[in-house]
Design a protein. Structure first.
Length: 84
């Protein structure tokens, strides 16, 4: 049996917890992007999917959460006016 010091054990546990947290954040981002894509597709058809291609390039989790607000018609109109 391999002996581990307390510091090694704590380091391993910390690494595992950080890995789990990072995985959860990636899952949250993916879920948000899927919800945004569905909302844009249902509400705006092809134009919504064109906008989603831009939204999906966002890497920051907080920015992706903020992008959920794009489903508000006033904000969407601003994007479509610029895209036209």
């Amino acid at each position: 049996m391999l002996y581990m010091t307390m510091a090694e054990r704590i380091g391993i546990e910390k690494g595992i917890l950080e890995g789990i947290e990072k995985g959860m954040q990636q899952g949250l981002k993916q879920g948000l992007l899927e919800a945004i894509e569905l909302g844009l597709k249902l509400k705006f058809k092809t134009k919504g999917l064109k906008l989603f291609s831009e939204v999906s390039k966002i890497n920051d989790k907080d920015a992706v959460e903020t992008a959920k607000d794009l489903s508000k018609i006033e904000i969407m109109n601003l994007f479509f006016i610029r895209a036209s």
